[in-house]
Design a protein around this ligand. Sequence first.
Ligand SMILES: Cc1cc2nc3c(=O)[nH]c(=O)nc-3n(C[C@H](O)[C@H](O)[C@H](O)COP(=O)(O)O)c2cc1C
Length: 220
Amino acid sequence: MEYFDLIAKRQSIRKYKEEPLPREDVEKILDAARLSPSGKNLQNWRFFVLDTKANIDALCEIIQGKNEEIAGKIAQTDEESGARFRKFCKNFTLFIKDAPVIILTMAKDYLPSGYQELKLSGAAQEELDYLAYKPNPGMQNIGSAMEHMALAATNLGYGSCWLTSANYAGAEIKEFIKEKTGFDKEEYFFTCMLSLGVPADTEHKSPKRKELADIAYFVD
Ligand SMILES: Cc1cc2nc3c(=O)[nH]c(=O)nc-3n(C[C@H](O)[C@H](O)[C@H](O)COP(=O)(O)O)c2cc1C
């Protein structure tokens, strides 16, 4: 597919057919992430593929368990808000539970260029935090890998959806990854996930984008 057509064709898919994906296709998608650019070529990403119903169900249970925990705590002081959150909770696993593949992405921090020098120059913590967290290059790296995977999936005829809505259960998801794989690196944290599958929802259209004139400026 021509590259620009590929970009235009990609859209977030939230309903999939019950068709498994051949492992070699998932490997191609992961390879697209492997080849994506990263600041200082740090490659501060790790990917964990869930492609069995049992593992995806377990992931959903972890998220639902966290939802219950949060809702219960809210309800202790505000019953109505707790109940509202509990009702809303099913949405957090709705787009995950029937996907044939979920790629869980973990990342580690990246110290931005100039951070140490700025620190040595006596910069205030506020300025250092601004550099580390606002333009956060570590997360920019993850964005590049995620988009490479989404485009590779589109090119292979699959749908995908990049999801961060369950990030509040990141510590529990990290623990699950550790239990299942032995991956136990303290510096890594759960970042986001990508669902993958054959799209069932062919009617879906991406939401409208802003006009180019609203987001891009040619600086004279
Ligand atoms: C960083 C990021 C996080 C996202 N998180 C979610 C999510 O948690 N749940 C969801 O349904 N979609 C999520 N999306 C998908 C966006 O809603 C979607 O990309 C956007 O609405 C544009 O639609 P399109 O991807 O179909 O073009 C996320 C996308 C990005 C880039």
